[in-house]
Every structure is written in structure tokens, then in C-alpha cells.
Ligand binder design. Structure first.
Ligand code: FAD
Ligand SMILES: C=Cc1c2[nH]c(c1C)Cc1[nH]c(c(CCC(=O)O)c1C)Cc1[nH]c(c(C)c1CCC(=O)O)Cc1[nH]c(c(C)c1C=C)C2
Length: 469
């Protein structure tokens, strides 16, 4: 008799696990258990009546590397290749990212020329920071905060402005609390192996070394991205769900149980769907038996931050710059993480009013509670007001938006804080020693990107069933 595998959680990790479980030659019976009224987890989109699409969660993935290739392969096997919107590496949305510092937008330097010149907001050429990295001794601590690491290797401006902002634009997190070893393992290893981050990265990328989990591979990773055709990333899951059902049925392997489909399994873009249960790790820790108290304790030590996502649409407005968006370093404004210029990367999502401008303002993260209080009680009007004020001040757009959507995602981005590597090792050891029939997948362990989540599902299924085709 085919074994049964229960997949708990129908976010991208759980859905990818179902896909990998279902595609082998002898698929097990798969039960997908989702507590919410829809599938997709943080992948959420709204399609307005005029066709405009608003992403409330991820909006792009990096197609490069092994994890990117696996994602694209899954997308293609599910018949979704036509739904992919490529953003080439030379597109302004891939090339241009900005920082908002001291009242002005500054393009993040890229290319050798920019490294040789003094480019604001930096007070001297970044070449000096590079030289510092080549000369500084390697660290010896088993882990270090990202800020301390960047300060040691590249100096204060790079740490306080560039690195601080990137951590906000990937983890919505504070680089003073996040672990370099777990968030940027490639940078950590580069320093340990070659004594210099730049040298180590250059040699590793030259030899085609894989980026191992964590956000943002470093300065040299492929810049192209892909997004989803209308109806958007969240609603593009419809065929994923359907393929899971059909595939299972065709193989006579059980399929998703009717209870787990819960009527609204196919997202239907309600105005404000009920929020998913807070912090899946907390739910798991509570569900574990007393014998696994050690495991529950480690899981509770992996925190997550909340982000308010404010989608805005303007008619007849023009941006002062063209690019992916801008980030705001925490020294400038803790509450305001950054603004994505959605219309630049994905004009296909503008809907009928092709000249409309869509922006997403991201607020809170590690600064949520101190800026807005309890995320469960944060007033949407306050968040909208804060977002509009930022667009006015930072992008000079005076008119009121014609459309706005405010979502507060509670505990949506796990934080790999100092010592995260020990927690995940401890968890892995506990599962192995006790031979628990449990695999942990998803954003809480070894990478928060959609690609990382899908890769974690693949690895877990291969461990369980052996390599799948
Ligand atoms: C605002 C935002 C922007 C992002 N942008 C990007 C981006 O541009 N590119 C990128 O690669 N990544 C991005 N990410 C990260 C990425 O979207 C997430 O890390 C990823 O979607 C997490 O997927 P998951 O399946 O692990 O978890 P989740 O999406 O949290 O899914 C978990 C699922 O489990 C369910 N659940 C919870 N508790 C229970 C329970 N007790 N029983 C049953 N089910 C339960 C939940 O309802 C949910 O459906 C972004 C994230 C956010 C929040
Ligand atoms: C302003 C806040 C945020 C923005 N995006 C996210 C937050 C919290 C979430 C997020 N963004 C990315 C990832 C995946 C990481 C990965 O490893 O692929 C997540 C979880 C992608 C990303 N976005 C930015 C960078 C540097 C990266 C890393 C990889 C890549 O180059 O694609 C920068 C960035 N994010 C936001 C803005 C406005 C911005 C830069 C201008 C929004």
C-alpha cells in the first residue's frame, strides 16, 4: 500500500512539496492540510475589475542558479511557462535600484566606473571599501551580525547605508540582529576561505559555486527576474493547485482531501481575505508532544517580523527615476522600508489604464512594533497615510492615489538572528536522533526567497522518497 504523507501548510513550500511528492514513479498518498481559506501563503495578488494587478507578497524571483532553474522547471511542468513575465538583466528594473538618503534618491552604484568615483550618498569611492576588504584579516567568530561583518570588512558607510538597506529589502530586518552566517552564507564562506569577501566571491562565482540559501547572493548574482502574468503571482497558483489534484487523481494516489480544499482553495482575490494563522512555527511548536519539548523550544527561538504592504495606484503621474524601486536605510527612517515601482518591471499589470503608475510601499519589519504598535491592531488608515506621505516626500507625487490596498502581514518574514545556524543544526540532529517522521521545510530555516522555499521542499521529498526524476 502506498504510504501517506501529510503536508501541513499550503504556502509555496507546501505546494511545492505536493508537486515533488506527486511526480515520482510511485507517489504516496498526499494530504495537504491548510488552516486558512486559501492556498498560497504569502503569495497574494488582487486583480481589479480593470485588469490592474496588485501584488501583496513576492513579485519577482531570480531565475539564475540551480534553485532558480528548479523553480522554472516546476513552472514549466505545471504548464505555466506562458504565465512567466521575464525582466531581462539589462532592463531598468533589473539595473537600477535606489537609496533614499538625506532627502534625495541615489542610484546604487554598479559597474567598475561607479566604484572608482565618489558617488553619493557615499563620501568616498567604494574602491576604498574594496581595498579594506582585501587587506582586513578574516574573522574568527563562529557567527557575527551582518552589520558587524560589513563594518569590519567594508567600513561604516557601507554597513550603515548599503548593507542596512539591503537587509531591509530582503528580510525587512535589522542587520544589527541578523546573522551573516545564515543570511548571507556565501559572503561568510568567502571570507573564511579566502580571507577577503570580494576575492572569495570572485573565485566562487568563477568556479560556479552554488549560492547556499539565505537572501541576496551578493553583488555579482544574476540581476534578471521573472514575475507572473496577470492575474499575478498569487492567482497564478490556480494551475498549481489544479495540477496537484489532477496528477494525484490520474495516478490514483488519493489527492488533496476535500476538507483541505475548503471551498476557496483557488484564490479568488477577495477584498481582504482572512489573515493566515500567525506564525506557522508557533503552531508547530504547540502541536509537538512533550517528548519533543527541545525541538519546540528551538522552533520558538526563530522569530519573524511583520510587514505592512500598501499598494497604491496613480493616474497621470510620473516617477522621477526609473528602476525596481528604492530602499530607505534605518538611520533615515526605521518605519519606512522601501518602495517598489511595480509599473516599471511589470507594465503588463497596469490594466486598462496603461498609463497608470503602481507602487508598493513596505512598512514596519523589525521596526513595526516601535513604529505602529501591535501588528494585529494597526490601523489601516494610519499605514495608508504614512505610505502616501512617503510617496509625496520621496518621489514628489502630490496627487492622492486613485486606488489603495493596505495589508498587514503578521510575522511574515522569519529572521535568522545570531546563532541561527546552531538552532537549525540542533533541530536537524534532534529529528535524526529521534527518527521523527517529520521534515521541516519553508522560509524559517535556510532561505526566505520563493526559490529557497521550493528548494527546501525538493530536498525534503528526495530525503523521504529518494531522487525524483
Ligand atoms: C511582503 C513580502 C514580499 C516578499 N517578496 C519576495 C520576493 O520578491 N521574492 C522572493 O523570492 N520572496 C519574497 N518574499 C518571501 C516569500 O514570499 C516567502 O518566504 C514564502 O512565500 C514563504 O512560503 P512558505 O510556504 O514557507 O510559508 P507561508 O507562505 O507562510 O505558508 C505557510 C502556510 O501554512 C498555513 N498554516 C499556518 N499554520 C498552519 C496550521 N497550524 N495548520 C495548517 N496550515 C497552517 C498558512 O495559512 C500558510 O498558507 C516576500 C515575502 C513577503 C511577506
Ligand atoms: C522594502 C522591503 C522589501 C522589498 N522586498 C522584500 C522586502 C522585505 C522581500 C524580498 N525581496 C527579495 C526577496 C528574496 C530574496 C532572494 O534571495 O531572492 C525577499 C524576501 C528580493 C530582493 N529585493 C531586493 C534585493 C536586494 C533582493 C535580493 C535579491 C535580488 O537581487 O533580487 C531589494 C529591494 N526590495 C524591495 C525594494 C524596494 C528593493 C530595492 C530597491 C522591496
Amino acid at each position: 500500500m502506498a504510504p501517506t504523507v501529510a503536508v501541513v501548510g499550503g504556502g509555496i513550500s507546501g505546494l511545492a512539496a505536493c508537486y515533488y511528492l506527486a511526480r515520482g514513479p510511485h507517489p504516496p498518498k498526499v494530504l495537504l492540510l491548510e488552516a486558512g481559506a486559501r492556498l498560497g501563503g504569502w503569495l497574494q495578488s488582487t486583480r481589479a475589475a480593470d485588469g490592474a494587478v496588485f501584488e501583496h507578497g513576492p513579485r519577482g524571483i531570480r531565475p539564475g542558479g540551480a534553485a532558480g532553474a528548479d523553480t522554472l522547471h516546476m513552472v514549466s511542468e505545471l504548464g505555466l511557462a506562458d504565465a512567466v513575465l521575464p525582466v531581462p538583466g539589462d532592463h531598468p528594473a533589473s539595473r537600477n535600484r535606489f537609496l533614499y538618503v538625506a532627502g534625495a534618491l541615489h542610484k546604487l552604484p554598479s559597474g567598475l566606473g561607479a566604484l572608482l568615483r565618489t558617488v553619493p550618498p557615499f563620501s568616498r569611492a567604494l574602491l576604498w571599501s574594496g581595498l579594506r576588504d582585501l587587506l582586513a584579516p578574516a574573522g574568527t567568530e563562529p557567527d557575527e551580525s551582518i552589520h558587524a561583518f560589513a563594518l569590519r570588512r567594508f567600513g561604516r558607510e557601507v554597513a550603515d547605508i548599503a548593507v542596512d538597506s539591503v537587509c531591509r529589502g530582503v528580510f525587512a530586518g535589522d542587520c544589527r540582529a541578523l546573522s551573516v552566517r545564515s543570511c548571507f552564507p556565501l559572503l561568510f564562506r568567502a571570507e573564511r576561505r579566502r580571507r577577503s569577501v570580494l576575492l572569495g566571491l570572485g573565485l566562487a562565482l568563477g568556479s560556479g559555486e552554488r549560492r547556499g540559501g539565505g537572501g541576496g547572493g551578493g553583488p555579482a548574482h544574476a540581476r534578471s527576474r521573472v514575475g507572473a502574468e496577470p492575474p499575478g503571482a498569487g492567482r497564478a497558483l490556480e494551475p498549481v493547485v489544479a495540477a496537484g489534484r489532477d496528477g494525484d487523481a490520474a495516478r490514483g494516489a488519493g489527492g488533496v482531501p476535500a476538507g483541505a480544499r475548503s471551498g476557496a482553495a483557488v484564490p479568488s482575490a477577495p477584498a481582504q481575505p482572512p489573515p493566515p494563522p500567525r506564525w506557522p512555527l508557533g503552531a508547530l511548536a504547540e502541536a509537538l508532544p512533550a517528548e519533543a519539548a527541545v525541538l519546540a523550544q528551538e522552533l520558538r527561538r526563530i522569530p519573524a517580523v511583520s510587514v505592512a504592504v500598501v499598494n497604491l495606484q496613480y493616474e497621470g503621474a510620473a516617477l522621477p527615476v526609473t528602476g525596481f524601486g528604492h530602499l530607505v536605510p534605518s538611520l533615515e527612517d526605521g518605519a519606512l522600508l522601501g518602495i517598489v515601482y511595480d509599473s516599471v518591471a511589470f507594465p503588463q499589470h497596469n490594466g486598462a489604464a496603461a498609463a497608470s503608475l503602481r507602487l508598493t510601499v513596505m512598512l514596519g519589519g523589525a521596526w513595526f512594533e516601535q513604529s505602529f504598535g501591535d501588528p494585529a491592531a494597526a490601523a489601516p488608515e494610519l499605514l495608508l497615510h504614512r505610505a502616501q506621505a512617503a510617496v509625496r516626500e520621496q518621489l514628489g507625487l502630490e496627487p492622492a492615489p486613485t486606488r489603495s490596498i493596505v495589508r498587514v502581514h503578521q510575522a511574515c518574514i522569519p529572521q535568522y538572528t545570531l546563532g541561527h545556524w546552531q538552532r537549525t543544526e540542533h533541530i536537524g540532529r534532534f529529528l535524526a536522533e529521534h527518527r521523527l517522521p517529520l521534515s521541516l521545510i519553508g522560509a524559517s530555516y535556510s532561505g526566505v526567497s520563493v526559490n529557497d522555499c521550493i528548494a527546501s521542499a525538493k530536498v525534503a521529498v528526495e530525503r523521504l522518497l529518494g531522487p525524483q526524476r
